[in-house]
Design a protein around this ligand. Structure first.
Ligand code: FAD
Length: 139
């Protein structure tokens, strides 16, 4: 069983308020703990950027389920690599709201101070996610 990391972005279909996100996260954290998957989800009300880490078949299966979810569209897989260690092992699914996307961080990894993951390279997306780990509480 190989350990892999999958990175993708997508666009919310709309109408996903705070309670919708909370529901999604609760279910993700429950399912991911069971499947040995860790990761992080960033959402600014318009775009999702998510990293998933775990066994190759578990991560593949989850990505297929996520791809069919009507709460988002225009999924773009950015990266799927075999890895030797996890970067997000502390979280079954950490959540980063737009308030944590500071101007300084966005300008460090992107071309503007807006969160536009489709205009960021795969490396910049992973760099941003990695930088966002530090202030998070462990879930
Ligand atoms: P439940 O979460 O209980 O949902 C039951 C069914 O209802 C599912 O088919 C679900 O798609 C659908 N559903 C629930 N709420 C809504 C709604 N508001 N609108 C439309 N359909 C709805 N799942 C994970 O397990 N791990 C993850 O890391 C993860 N990340 C996600 C990231 C994003 C951006 C999105 C949009 C979804 C994510 N999901 C994740 C959810 C995933 O797509 C599946 O919905 C979920 O895995 C199904 O879990 P469940 O069987 O426990 O069903």
């Amino acid at each position: 069983m190989y350990l892999v990391r999958l990175l993708y972005l997508s666009k919310a279909t709309g109408g996903l308020g705070t309670s919708g996100i909370e529901k999604l996260l609760l279910s993700a954290q429950r399912n991911n703990s069971r499947a040995g998957i860790s990761g992080m989800l960033v959402f600014n009300g318009e775009y999702f950027l998510q990293v998933l880490e775990g066994g190759r078949s578990e991560v593949n299966g989850l990505y297929q389920r996520i791809s069919a979810d009507p709460r988002h569209q225009e999924l773009l897989m950015l990266q799927m690599d075999e890895i030797s260690e996890r970067l997000f092992s502390d979280w079954s699914m950490a959540y980063v709201p737009s308030s944590s996307l500071t101007r300084e961080l966005l300008l460090r990894y992107g071309v503007s101070d807006e969160f536009q993951p489709m205009l960021m390279s795969n490396h910049s997306c992973l760099g941003l996610l990695t930088a966002l780990r530090a202030p998070l509480a462990v879930v």
